[in-house]
Design a protein around this ligand. Structure first.
Ligand code: ADP
Ligand code: 5GP
Length: 432
């Protein structure tokens, strides 16, 4: 079993629920999984080894590390400090290994806030009686401590709603199967692995041209932008950001160096690409102005707001009977870049058009924007484009050639689009 992009899995839940048992099972079963050894201020117990079960340090040393930003998360649990090394975890994930954390609930919530793509699994004992028995049988704590841990268990279980999965650890053989299935399922998600080469072998013509993008610098814009009315409301649109993130993943897997510039989208930013989060059309223009000169392609998959309110109010506008909203056009990003950037890179535009003359409109847009290709979506077909997980459309090139993309997932559509775009660029540059 192997994953290409490491997954951060957090097992949390009451002490004695079975986190350590299940964490070690995952590490023993998945070649790609590593156990994160925490740092603690508590003293060594029984057969524990420094560096294997925990790194045991003094309170003073722990506090120094908090100050130095050493920890991804840390918490005081049962009167002692425990923490996870940020550098170690990032290093493992960057190397494509999954990381298993066995930590308390407070720490799990901190990890989710820092890494929204992490997977939180709550380990729930079958009943308070079973938990009490397990703590007693573990023989590591005296009865006073066990009473304290039973009280803490009730508090920790109150946080179960913040978790992605939970496992009722009754029969161990069932629980190990469940935890394995979760990790395997996460590793098999297309967004967590490169698009399988095997799929390409069956359809070599469709994917021809993809290799053109190896080591090329690509900027992908994605998601909607937001143009604020006040500190709470904004003008935006229904773009989910899925086509943009799928394009970024397709280029990433083709070996490109990807800069992903995204507005507030519904999806987690793709792993393995550099991401810049922006809010408004002007923010997007600013970042592109300084980046496009060095790029080999700009993919404008973002649905940039065309209008913004003419005024902005700090705080929250009062509810009133009638309110007149005045708007003005936002900067036309591609036109501005064409005028202001000395060495503008080629552009793949995206267009969502309505009406009989949708194709004509898209062609006009491509020429007006100086793009060398446009991916055209029809706004009057349901189940594709905005807010949909699938797509269908047509990529049209400046020389008049085109390719139909039949309905498929956005991830697959992105693979077909980058290959077609690669073939076109090879033709344009004479096969470079
Ligand atoms: P935690 O890490 O959550 O504190 P452990 O993994 O150390 O919990 O488990 C506590 C005790 O319960 C250990 O002795 C372990 O072997 C045992 N245990 C764990 N899961 C089960 C289970 N499903 N059935 C019976 N005993 C279990
Ligand atoms: P123990 O002292 O019994 O090994 O662990 C006590 C509790 O501390 C357990 O709930 C365990 O999951 C939690 N814990 C262990 N390491 C860490 C860590 O690095 N961070 C946090 N937040 N909790 C941890």
């Amino acid at each position: 079993m192997n994953s290409s992009y490491g997954i951060l899995v957090v097992l949390a839940g009451p002490s004695g629920a079975g986190k350590t048992t299940l964490a070690h099972h995952l590490v023993d079963t998945f070649q790609s999984a590593m156990f994160s050894v925490s740092t603690t201020t508590r003293s060594l117990r029984g057969s524990e080894e420094d560096g294997a079960d925990y790194f045991f340090v003094s309170r003073e040393e722990f506090e120094k590390r908090i100050e130095n930003g050493f920890f991804l998360e840390w918490a005081e649990v049962h009167g002692h400090f425990y923490g996870t090394s940020a550098e170690w975890v990032s290093g493992q994930l960057d190397d494509g290994r999954s990381v298993i954390l066995d930590i308390d609930v407070q720490g799990a919530l901190q990890v989710k806030a820092a890494f929204p793509e992490s997977i939180l699994i709550f380990i729930l004992p079958a009943s308070p009686e079973v938990l009490g028995d397990r703590l007693l049988n573990r023989n590591t704590d005296d009865s006073e401590i066990i009473i304290e841990r039973m009280k803490a268990a009730a508090w920790e279980t109150g946080w179960i709603g913040a978790f992605d999965y939970f496992i009722r650890n009754d029969r161990l053989e069932d629980s190990v199967k469940q935890v394995e299935t979760i990790l395997q399922g996460e590793e098999n998600k297309l967004m967590n692995m490169p698009f399988p080469d095997e799929a390409r072998v069956f359809e070599p013509d469709s994917f021809l041209g993809r290799d053109y993008w190896k080591n090329k610098r690509i900027i992908v814009t994605s998601g909607p932008t937001r143009e604020p009315l006040d500190d709470v409301r904004f003008i935006s649109n229904r773009s989910s950001g899925l086509m943009g993130s799928s394009m970024a993943e397709a280029f990433r897997d083709a070996g490109s160096d990807v800069l992903f510039v995204t507005g507030p989208a519904c999806y987690i930013n793709p792993p393995g690409v550099n991401t810049v989060n922006i809010t408004t059309a002007s923010d997007m223009l600013d970042i592109l102005s300084s980046e496009v000169g060095e790029a080999d392609l700009l993919v404008m998959a973002a649905a940039v707001s065309d209008f913004k309110p003419t005024s902005y109010m700090h705080g929250k506008m009062e509810r009133a009977g009638e309110y007149e909203l005045q708007m003005k056009a936002t900067p036309d990003i591609l036109s501005t870049l064409n005028k202001t950037v000395e060495c503008m890179c080629p552009v793949l535009a995206f267009a969502l058009e309505f009406g009989e003359d949708f194709e004509e409109k898209a062609l006009k847009k491509m020429r007006r924007k100086g793009a060398c290709a446009v991916f055209l979506n029809r706004g009057d077909i349901s189940g594709i484009s905005m807010e949909a997980t699938g797509n269908e459309g047509m990529i049209i090139f400046e020389d008049g050639s085109s390719l139909m993309i039949h309905r498929c997932s956005k991830r697959y559509a992105a693979e077909l689009v980058i290959a077609a775009m690669g073939r076109y660029m090879m033709k344009r540059t004479g096969g470079e």
